[in-house]
Design a protein around this ligand. Structure first.
Ligand code: ATP
Length: 353
């Protein structure tokens, strides 16, 4: 494993530090051969140099590294935050990391805001398309600043883009012996885009007759997510719906501090992807050693899993669960542990495993 690390801004650097601690612990315990190179990209670097991220990250890194471990970017000193978009959306797009995989797993029922739900009820993944939709920065305005102002934002969906992410969702279900894939859209209102997603979903589903294909409109899905999350195994959806859905989903697994993600290109055999917590740089709580590092640590587990270190990934997940189950948590979960204490406790659990 050759890992490029961009810790980034705010709590990004604090949580990645703990993930790297965990990597060191698991690496030495199981003799994992890895190299880490840390890069300073983020607000400070941008303010000093005017560069968000050098072009070589897009051209050379996929050959040089096998993954990126990412914290978060975003800083109130820099507005608009184009530098942050150039870094994160730049890597996702230029490296064609078209799947955003977000596991939603409750580790301790006391952190679920839904009444009477247990660990068995909240355990699914969201496969979010990661490149297209409204994130392509296409649109414009007319008569800006006047009362006749018009603004247009284009949402782009390609046959190729829709097909490959839907196929990935079925492949994921297949590999993990799951019985259903649910596609969510708003095809009753977005007729053209919805029609494309519907047709492609039905076509790809035919290749997997043993997997149940389900559909829900995105608004209905949000209702069902709160009413009965146990019915979901794999949910596949477009970029913007996935963005919104996974923030809600993060809450039912205990909050942003616990939600991990992988930005991956399943076809790429050398470079696996970029792994990051779902949360942002949270400037309000940055620099206080109170951020929850679990999302970053679980993102590291996903990185290891994608390099074939399945046992090690599950040991990290087990260690995280053990720490949480002992009530050792940060302030976002009602505890009083610091960021670094949680990192240390996870490492201890791994050592004692
Ligand atoms: P973005 O604009 O990228 O969504 P943001 O900085 O506006 O990012 P987040 O950082 O995702 O928003 O989080 C919103 C709030 O959730 C934070 O202000 C913070 O209170 C809480 N939060 C997020 N991540 C964590 C964490 N790891 N530990 C504790 N609290 C967190």
């Amino acid at each position: 494993m050759k890992i490029a690390v961009i810790a980034g801004d705010g709590i990004g650097s604090e949580v990645v530090k703990e993930a790297l601690k965990v990597l060191k612990t698991i690496g030495s315990k199981f003799n994992i051969n890895y190299e880490v190179e840390e890069f300073p990209y983020g607000a400070d670097y941008f303010l000093e140099t005017g560069i968000s991220i050098p072009q070589e990250a897009f051209t050379e890194w996929p050959k040089k590294f096998t993954a990126i471990l990412f914290g978060a970017v975003g800083d109130p000193r820099v507005k608009p935050n184009d530098y942050a978009k150039e870094i994160l959306l730049g890597i996702r797009t230029k490296l064609d990391l078209y799947v955003n995989l977000r596991p939603v797993k409750l580790l301790d029922k006391q952190y679920c805001p839904l009444k009477n739900k247990t660990e068995e009820d909240v355990n699914f993944v969201v496969v979010r398309e990661n490149i297209e939709d409204i994130y392509i920065n296409s649109g414009g305005n007319f008569k800006k600043g006047t009362k006749d102002e018009v603004a247009i934002e284009n949402s782009l969906h390609t046959r190729k883009g829709v097909e490959r992410v839907i196929r990935y969702a079925f492949e994921y279900a297949n590999e993990n012996k799951l019985s259903s894939v649910l596609m969510s859209d708003k095809s009753n209102a977005m007729v053209y885009v919805g029609d494309l997603w519907q047709r492609v979903f039905n076509e790809v589903a035919e290749e997997y007759p043993h997997i149940e294909k389900r559909h829900m409109y995105i608004d209905a899905l949000h209702m069902e997510l709160i009413r009965d999350p146990s019915q979901f195994e794999v949910i596949v959806t477009s970029n913007i719906f996935g963005d919104i859905l996974t923030d809600s989903a993060a809450q039912i697994q205990g909050g942003m501090g616990l939600a991990a993600s992988g930005n991956i290109n399943p076809e790429s055999t050398h470079f696996r992807g970029l792994y990051e917590p779902v949360h942002g740089s949270a400037p309000m709580i940055a620099g206080k050693n109170i951020a929850n590092p679990i999302a970053s640590i679980l993102s590291l587990a996903m990185l290891l899993q994608d390099h074939g270190y399945k046992k090690e990934a599950s040991i990290i997940q087990g260690a995280v669960k053990a720490v949480i189950n002992k009530g050792k948590v940060t302030v976002d979960l009602g505890g009083n542990c610091s960021t670094s204490e949680i990192g240390d406790l996870v490492c201890q659990e791994i050592q004692n495993n």
